[in-house]
Design a binder for this molecule. Sequence first.
Ligand code: SF4
Ligand code: SF4
Length: 315
Amino acid sequence: MTDTPRTTEDEELDEMDMEAQRHGVDDRDMQVEVFDAVRGQSRFPVQPVRLTAEDTFSFNCHKGVSCWNKCCHGADITLTPYCILRLSKRLGLKAAEFLLRYTVPDVHDKADMPVAKLKMGGDDGRGACPFNTADGCSVYEDRPATCRYYPLGMVSMKMKDMEGKEDFFFLVKEDHCQGHCETKTQNVGQYRAEQDVADYERVSRGWIDILMKMASWKVLGGPMGKAPTMQVKKMFFMATTDVDGFRRFVLESKFLDAYDVAPEAVEIIKADDEALLLLGYDWLKNILFNEPTIQLKEQVLQQAIAKARSDMGAA
Ligand code: SF4
Ligand code: SF4
């Protein structure tokens, strides 16, 4: 450990180490809608039909449809960490600036964790998406995952007795969307490949895992029956939305004194945003669920255990 003065961030770090010590490892049935695909205001247009990658559906979206651009108004779009990364890079903005200009903070209702949603126009949020133009999406190559998936939704699940996680899909039919009347037919796998969603799923998988677990624990009040503190939620939001802020936190607080992060990995996260996001997920999983995704250094661990014992009144 170094002798540099302690900062508020260091105190936050201590508090979160303690949070991790209080929790055990969980293994519950988990399921969460990841990309719910409902982009309008109606909340009940989902056809409750479970689709696999081989299932086919008729759909096509092009400038000739009578509903062109309708779905880009009043859309309910939760941004994944990777969506924010792609969009802020495209716009040449730091993540914090992007968040300020183009998003509104919200709470993922299933997981009860803070997320960022794309800010729609109009006082009531039913206006156009800021990236909508007469010709369509002005950020098309970097559009959010929900926009790519539409009209599909994706659910990720893992049951206690299952080896790995399973994703399945469902079709959303909103009244205004004429794309379903088109003759083009494809299966779910083809549609996902066409929409280029692989990177979005890969880089956001850890975030999805955390939301799933939080959703599974919600009925009990939080992991092991205890809701995360505001501080933990704040750090979750920073680590999953603001890569620049999280990088500063990792490199400039005592994070690297507290956790075992290989020197080569430290060099990588200085420049690689995706790697930093993955480190953030590991850290959050450790804090929230006590998963061994990142290791506290031995000395710090002993201090945390001693403090936990003292807090509990043990000798
Ligand atoms: S990001 Fe693009 S596709 Fe998504 S709602 Fe906005 S304009 Fe439409
Ligand atoms: S067909 Fe559906 S997805 Fe395409 S513009 Fe119309 S409402 Fe939007």
